[in-house]
Design a protein around this ligand. Structure first.
Ligand code: NAP
Ligand code: G4F
Length: 356
């Protein structure tokens, strides 16, 4: 903690994966609650901080409470250095190769970032705590860990992972439990079901659908290529879910929590909902492409978040219908901007979402 002018203490948070969907919402949430927020950013040849544009300020300015550090969850020395520099009271470990389909292509890297990356951070936190610092850690677990386990899934449901990503998240979960018990560290595993938003990466199915259908509506593309339309997911709004992460770290004791809406929809139901917002018939435009199928699929996720409701007082605020609508409206606006630019003679980069 750092001292403010009026003698009150400013809490410090460190977020790994701050440039991602959840990291950006969490950073905004923590800044709004008066925290000083530190984030780990990967070096890239292009800007990867787009989701932070609204809260980024020049660090030379006085009173800036967002600080970015170069680092990587696969680089233990840099993690330790960042802990020393940021001196956090709370750490949110969100960094991950988070795409399930890609984890079949990049299995070793996914394990290094998701499983061993968490272990690296836990080791650094263990030493940071031994040096006299009090810190609380949130570990980003996933409903993918349940995989083939029958719904509804809650904290007592046995994991049955179905991808290198999910198996790596299971390892990270148990590393976290072990470090909590072995070294009495304050660590919480959040087992979050799918959560989406207008900031969702464009290769995840919800955003791929809202981006694709909005572009089809305005005549910017003809077809949308998708994989398995029968899979069912429990989809919530990301902004609601980052609040649950924070709530976990404010409790008297560390524990693990499922965060979910308790409502499940198939990919084709998501298509129905998005199409009705746009007045389209998706069946005329969507083509199935086997390249988007997974060697082992997760068919049915539906979370039981009773524990989070009871102990954290958490409940989702945004419904499935509201979520789809807000994503469609956002992507329709992006498509309108693309149309305007194209009409004015500008070349608009094709981000190739349909290829992924
Ligand atoms: P996301 O948008 O894919 O963001 C992932 C973040 O991790 C990005 O900031 C990314 O950096 C960073 N990252 C990737 N590899 C890294 C590495 N080697 N070192 C450091 N940072 C790295 O994911 P999200 O949807 O925000 O999810 C946040 C976390 O929750 C992830 O751990 C994810 O697995 C987990 N989760 C997500 C959901 C969901 O439905 N969204 C559900 C359950 C669990 P770049 O921006 O540079 O790529
Ligand atoms: O949007 P998805 O890629 O998300 P998935 O696999 O459920 O994983 C997401 O949620 C997890 C929480 O449960 C997170 F841990 C993870 O990091 C990530 O955020 O796929 C959802 C469903 C799958 O069944 C997939 O097979 O949609 C199906 N799908 C059908 N066509 C497709 C596509 N998925 C993608 N990405 N692209 C398609 O074209």
């Amino acid at each position: 903690m750092t001292e403010q002018g009026n003698g009150t203490r400013v809490r410090r948070a460190l977020i790994t994966g701050i440039t991602g969907q959840d990291g950006s919402f969490l950073a905004e949430f923590l800044l709004s609650r008066g925290y000083e927020v530190h984030g780990i950013v990967r070096r890239a040849s292009t800007f990867n901080t787009e989701r932070l544009d609204a809260i980024y300020a020049d660090p030379h300015n006085h009173g800036v409470r967002l600080r970015l550090h170069y680092g990587d969850i696969t680089d233990g020395a840099a993690l330790r250095r960042t802990l020393d520099q940021a001196q956090p009271d709370e750490i949110y470990n969100l960094a991950a190769q988070s795409h399930v389909r890609v984890s079949f292509d990049q299995a070793e890297y996914t394990a290094d970032a998701v499983a061993t990356g968490t272990l690296r951070l836990l080791e650094a936190v263990r030493d940071y705590t031994a040096a006299g610092h009090a810190v609380r850690l949130y570990q980003a677990g996933s409903s993918e860990m349940y995989g083939a386990a029958a719904p509804p899934q809650n904290e007592k449901t046995a994991f049955y992972p179905r991808s290198p990503y999910a198996a790596s998240k299971v390892a990270a979960h148990w590393y976290a439990v072990n470090y909590r018990e072995a070294y009495k560290l304050f660590i919480c595993n959040g087992i979050l079901f799918n959560h989406e938003s207008e900031r969702r990466g464009e290769t995840f199915v919800t955003r791929k659908i809202t981006r694709g259908l909005a572009r089809i509506k305005l005549g910017l593309q003809e077809k949308l290529y998708l994989g398995n339309l029968n899979a069912r997911r429990d989809w919530g709004y990301a902004k609601d879910y980052v609040e649950a992460m924070w709530l976990m770290l404010q409790q008297a004791e560390p524990d693990d929590y499922v965060v979910a809406t308790g409502e499940s929809h198939s990919v084709s139901e998501f298509l129905d909902q998005a199409s009705s917002c746009l007045g389209l018939d998706w069946k005329k435009h969507v083509k199935e492409d086997p390249r988007y199928l997974r060697p082992t699929e997760v068919d049915f996720l539906c979370g039981d978040a009773s524990k989070a409701r009871m102990k954290l007082g958490w409940a989702p605020k945004v419904s499935f219908e509201q979520l789809v609508k807000l994503m469609v409206e956002h992507d329709l606006e992006l498509a309108r901007q693309e149309t305007t630019l194209t009409k004015a003679g500008h070349q608009v980069a094709q981000r190739g979402a349909s290829q992924r």
